[in-house]
Design a protein around this ligand. Structure first.
Ligand code: UDP
Length: 413
């Protein structure tokens, strides 16, 4: 296990984007938790939504006076091949789960659990990767409530995979899901907490005109003098970059000068990424208006989401989809599919449009409807920002989480 390096964060930084009441409530909850030492465990320090969330939550909690650690599992590709298969199986597709895969999972999770030597009063494990550590942690820390946060869509899981993870869920005292529809595992207590974006990070902070100009140059040959539609996602079959390409091609029938940016990265715990990236890049070869961009720095992702005319998220499954709130916060309307957390964020006809996940043509038509109407894009953009401000910024999520922590450590209060 290793602690990732983290930025400093001050709770004061959020005063400009969220109400005083919320910050006051956070301070109150933090006071109650001032003697509680908390451990977060997950399997990657970079890439993907969970790492993104923890990079903000952990330093802000420390700033609030809650002693909080984050440890990332040490594992190699064999383990991540298994956990990616588990992730895919839980989301509804997948290869058979073999005894060898189960043994790899058990061996790596047990080894990581044995490395935790400090004392903690509450443990929060994220996603299925660290579940195998929980039994050992429960023995080591008998008084610490064990919480599990599932960021995965469990609405249509393959039975074998659900049964496999269920073998490890006994130690969980309280499970947290991103939508009520995902509650497929029985635990003594359950809560729903929507994820959130952090408005003060490099990814989401406002950018000065000169910074935007510099990022425009960096993104060249993508040109913002012509319309741009963008999807930002890990290269992962569930993100459906091929469907986005199809939607884009439909839209170019009406808007021939349209460009598409497919920005993506490979999460540290996702071995499928490179292969998919190569397939997507191959599909884009020969089309100078399709730009497949990898490993962009956060400031560039920020500028890209801001400067694009429309953002698309054509996922086939999606736990929540932080990228949707990221774009909406920057006043960019989103065309998204009706899966996972996307419909919580996209209000059809108010801040973007929703389409069926298999309806690439419909997505293309919606992109055109936005491109052809500047006024609609502007008014959708204004609604988008307020929708995210109220529901999907970090302080709201922290209040939800800290209330659960207080309840877990003081169940009778
Ligand atoms: N992301 C990024 N660069 C990329 C692709 C993704 O920084 O090239 C970030 C993205 O901005 C978002 C997170 O990774 O913050 C993805 O979170 P989301 O919930 O959308 O999807 P997940 O990857 O967790 O399935």
């Amino acid at each position: 296990m290793h602690p990732p390096s983290l930025p400093n964060r001050s709770i004061e930084a959020y005063a400009t984007v969220t109400g005083d009441d919320r910050l006051e409530r956070l301070r109150e909850l933090a006071e109650t938790l001032s003697d509680v030492r908390i451990l977060h465990v997950n399997s990657t320090a970079t890439g993907g939504g969970v790492a993104e969330l923890l990079r903000s939550i952990v330093p802000v909690c420390n700033d609030l006076g809650i002693d909080t650690d984050w440890l990332v599992m040490d594992a190699d590709d064999d383990f991540f091949e298994v956990t990616k298969a588990v992730h895919n199986g839980l989301q509804g597709s997948g290869e058979p789960l073999t005894d060898e895969m189960k043994a790899t999972y058990r061996e790596v999770t047990e080894r990581n659990a044995a490395e935790i030597e400090d004392e903690y009063d509450l443990v929060l494990a994220h996603d299925p990767q660290p579940l195998g550590m929980l039994e050992r942690l429960e023995e080591r820390l008998p008084d610490a409530p064990i919480l599990w946060r599932c960021h995965v869509d469990l609405t249509d899981s393959v039975d074998d995979y659900l049964a496999f993870v269920s073998e490890y869920t006994d130690p969980i005292d309280h499970a947290i899901f991103s939508r009520s529809e995902y509650v497929a595992i029985d635990t003594p207590a359950t809560s729903i907490v929507y994820p959130s974006i952090d408005p003060v990070t490099e990814k989401n902070r406002s950018l000065e005109d000169e910074e935007l100009a510099a990022e425009r140059d960096r993104l060249d040959p993508l040109s913002f003098d012509a319309p741009v539609v963008t999807q930002v996602s890990r290269f992962d079959p569930w993100k459906d970059q091929f469907g986005t390409l199809e939607a884009y091609r439909t839209a170019t029938e009406e808007v021939p000068e349209l460009q598409l940016a497919l920005a993506g990265g490979m999460a540290g715990d996702d071995p499928e990424g490179l292969e998919l990236y190569e397939q997507v890049a191959e599909k884009a070869v020969g089309d100078p208006d399709v730009h497949v961009l990898t490993d962009l720095p956060d400031t560039t992702i920020n500028a890209l989401q801001r400067l694009s005319d429309v953002v698309v998220q054509k996922s086939l499954r999606e736990g929540f989809g932080l990228v949707v709130s990221e774009a909406l916060w920057k006043r960019t309307p989103v065309v998204g599919s009706t899966v996972g957390g996307i419909p919580l964020q996209v209000e059809d006809g108010r801040n973007g449009y929703l389409v069926d996940p298999d309806d690439a043509t419909g997505a293309g038509d919606r992109i055109v409807a936005l491109l052809e109407n500047d006024e609609r894009r502007r008014s959708f953009g204004d609604s988008a920002r307020e929708h995210v401000r109220e529901r999907f910024l970090l302080p709201r999520q922290l209040v939800d989480l800290l209330e659960i922590f207080v309840d877990a450590v003081e169940p009778d209060s």
